[in-house]
Design a protein. Structure first.
Length: 368
């Protein structure tokens, strides 16, 4: 399988995040992509390449141009006013109640650099640092180059190591460690270039609220998400079963929230529901938002999945018989992250499950 990777993600050097008002060690760190890259290189069955530059057009086809301009200017603007910290997060956030009953023209975006994040941000857990914009743009190019490999390169499946991830970023909002929605940009580009219906399968532990919002009223893109129920997990507000789309998108959104302690068997049952729905849709390409925070030891998840089940998830997904554009999302337990990704991709390729006892894993995919 061909893999797309950019070292520009290293400039998005996040060490802390703010959760519930407390600054804690960051989960979305550079080591995540490096662990995956190292495991795939050690496997020997993956061919690496760098992304091609695709410009702003595919981004503004999905995102508000104002969000793009903000992220481009954010850090330079902060330095210009001598922002005293090594990261930029919101002080206030444009909550719905702030301008309730007022016309949209009164939703002002301040020109002040350290006030602007609150106009565009979902949360305080997604800091902007000096290398964030370059990394986020590179992640988009990784996603689009993965699309190129599938649409133009004859690949039945290709994998993009996108960092930062993307599925929480909405049309006019960043958050949840995400700045641009890599999967949504990829799906839009596939739809534009092929004229086909596109399906997105999101297997990250968290609901991809941004992907859902972007395609909410569109019938040409199906969004299927298997995730922790929002009655207990981020993003809380979206991800419920009754969210099925509106207008032209009515019925084109399928949320499959799962309980705490979700087992391999429960997860595969939900996966089969999602895959059955995708199989019933037209279109030859599926975008997979591939997260591994479903792993049983993930620090911000509560599922009980083991490494071996990822091989089966990859195998069943490829069994759709559609081409796969596979893009990295979450997954924060570093000791197993690379092995989980390698196992999923081997399953998608039809290669056998190949546990690595020398790395400390049993045949069941549990750390020894």
């Amino acid at each position: 399988m061909r893999v797309v990777y950019s070292p520009l993600h290293l400039g998005h050097d996040i060490t802390t995040q703010t959760v519930l008002g407390v600054q804690v060690p960051a989960n979305e760190v550079a080591a995540r992509a490096e662990r995956i890259r190292a495991s795939l290189l050690a496997d020997g069955g993956f061919e690496f390449g760098e992304p091609a530059e695709h410009g702003e057009g595919p981004i503004t086809a999905v995102h508000d141009p104002g969000l793009l301009r903000f992220l481009e200017q954010a850090w330079a603007g902060a330095r210009a006013i001598r922002h005293p910290y090594d990261h930029l997060i919101p002080e206030t956030i444009m909550a719905a109640g702030l301008t309730e009953g007022m016309s949209d023209r009164f939703r002002h975006e301040t020109p002040r650099a350290d006030g602007r994040p609150g106009f565009w941000a979902l949360d305080t857990s997604t800091p902007i640092v000096a290398g964030t914009y370059a990394a986020a743009r590179a992640a988009v190019d990784v996603a689009l180059t993965t699309v190129d490999l599938v649409l133009d390169g004859g690949e039945t499946a290709a994998y993009g190591i996108c960092r930062p991830p993307g599925h929480h970023a909405a049309r006019s909002m960043y958050g949840g460690f995400c700045y641009f929605n890599n999967a949504a940009i990829a799906a839009q580009e596939i739809a534009r270039r092929t004229g086909e219906h596109v399906s997105i399968l999101d297997v990250d532990y968290h609901h991809g609220n941004g992907t859902e919002q972007i395609f909410w009223r569109r019938g040409d893109v199906l969004y299927v998400s298997i995730h922790a129920h929002p009655d207990r997990q981020y993003p809380y507000v979206l991800g419920w079963e009754d969210e099925t789309g509106e207008g032209d998108g009515a019925g084109a959104n399928l949320n499959l929230p799962q309980p705490p302690g979700c087992t391999n068997e429960q997860y595969l049952a939900a996966l089969d529901r999602g895959l059955d729905r995708i199989a019933s849709e037209p279109g030859s390409v599926v975008v997979v938002s591939l997260g591994f925070d479903t792993y049983g030891q993930d620090p911000i998840g509560d599922f009980a999945l083991t490494t071996d089940v990822y091989h089966e998830v990859g195998r069943r997904t490829a069994g759709l018989g559609k081409r796969l554009v596979i893009l990295a999302e979450g997954g924060y337990y570093l000791p197993a992250l690379g092995e989980n990704a390698r196992t999923w991709l081997r399953g998608a390729e039809g290669r056998p499950y190949d546990p690595r006892p020398a790395l400390g894993f049993t045949a069941a995919g549990v750390e020894a």
